[in-house]
Design a protein around this ligand. Structure first.
Ligand code: NAP
Length: 315
């Protein structure tokens, strides 16, 4: 099969499109003919070697975590899927493999694809939407009527966070730059702050939850904008946020939390219901064929994508 592999860490040029052996599935896995994948920043962070303390130095290495496609074979322990099912899934980092014509997908990481989404739309959902869902629902314990600020509302995680917070009944303030104001309004944001004009950390407004989807504001800097029992959630684990998360868990008052997304079948089913009832859609900025993955990585690395970057693998 065709796949993209890397043989060393480095710039996008290390991504090589070549012939490799198709994966062999374990008893609890599905063999999936991949139709589409997408870019998450973790893909190029691994490619650059930023996460080598987790990913090690064993090459060739396959990247790509989100995928949609058709099940062609199921392992002996698989109970919920059969050949022909259209699924969407996220592989568990650090073991990628979605940038390929076929992928071995653990049953516990997959769900049936939302019926109202194309393969391209469905492939853009898993990591970004699971991160937003697990941050707001599980870390933030979001409640109807609460006020939620999403920083980085135009990004992959942020576009889903705005919609999920609205679907869960919150009043949402979206922070983005001027060019993305109309986009985040179209996703349901009640208020928009243009970060090129206004700094939300210096405003008088206070929020129950500040979800820093792009990890551009610290907990310390956000404290003034948090209600007395407000929760700050970041997507970036750093020594500082780990210490703050540990310490604020011990005392009453404002909390700092870190989201570490977990691929979970039941959460993909939860999102599928939101998608099929029209509460969530995917925002696709650009689409690239698998052969042009390096260009897709380069674009993602600019940090300017509005929504998701999709990779088409097969028609
Ligand atoms: N911990 C986890 O489990 C987990 C899971 C998923 C992602 N992540 C991390 O979360 C981060 C975001 O991921 P993503 O997929 O959403 O990234 P992304 O799609 O690449 O984010 C790009 C967006 O960020 C916006 N942005 C850039 N600087 C900003 C600023 N100063 N203030 C507000 N918005 C800004 C950009 O808008 P403008 O062009 O208008 O500035 C752009 O729309 C990444 O670091 C990723 O690695 C962590």
């Amino acid at each position: 099969m065709k796949a993209v592999v890397i043989r060393q860490y480095g710039s996008p040029e290390v991504l090589q499109y070549e012939e490799v052996e198709p994966p062999k599935i374990k008893p609890d896995q599905l063999l999936v003919k991949v139709h589409a994948s997408c870019i998450n920043p973790v893909d190029w962070k691994i490619r650059q070697g930023m996460l080598r303390f987790i990913t090690g130095n064993k090459f060739p290495m396959m990247l790509g975590f989100d995928l949609s496609g058709e099940v062609v074979e199921v392992g002996s322990q698989v109970t919920r899927f059969q050949p022909g099912d259209q699924i969407y899934a996220s592989l568990s980092p650090p073991a990628g493999g979605a940038y390929a014509e076929f992928a071995a997908v653990p049953e516990k990481n997959a769900a049936l694809k939302p019926t109202n989404m194309t393969y391209e739309e469905a492939a853009s959902v898993p990591i970004a939407a699971l991160t937003a869902l697990q941050a707001l629902r599980d870390q933030g314990n979001i409640q109807p009527g609460q006020t939620v600020l999403v920083n980085g509302a135009s990004g992959g995680v942020g576009t889903f966070a705005v919609q999920i917070a609205k679907a869960l009944g919150a009043q949402v303030t979206a922070v983005c730059s001027t060019k993305n104001i109309e986009l985040v309004k179209s996703l349901g944001a009640d208020h928009v702050i243009d970060y090129t004009q206004q700094d939300f950390t210096q405003d008088t407004a206070q929020y129950n939850i500040i979800f820093d989807a792009v990890a551009k504001q610290s907990f310390s800097g956000s404290k003034k904008a948090l209600k007395p029992k407000g929760i700050y959630i970041t997507t970036l684990p750093t020594p500082e946020t780990l210490v703050q998360s540990f310490l604020t868990a011990l005392i009453p008052g404002q909390k700092a939390k870190i989201i570490l997304e977990t691929p979970k079948s039941q959460d993909l089913v939860y999102l599928k219901d939101f998608i099929e009832s029209g509460k969530i859609r995917s925002v696709i900025d650009r689409t690239y064929p698998l052969q042009e993955l390096a260009a897709a990585h380069e674009y993602s690395e600019t940090g300017r994508a509005a929504g998701k970057i999709v990779i088409t693998v097969a028609s």
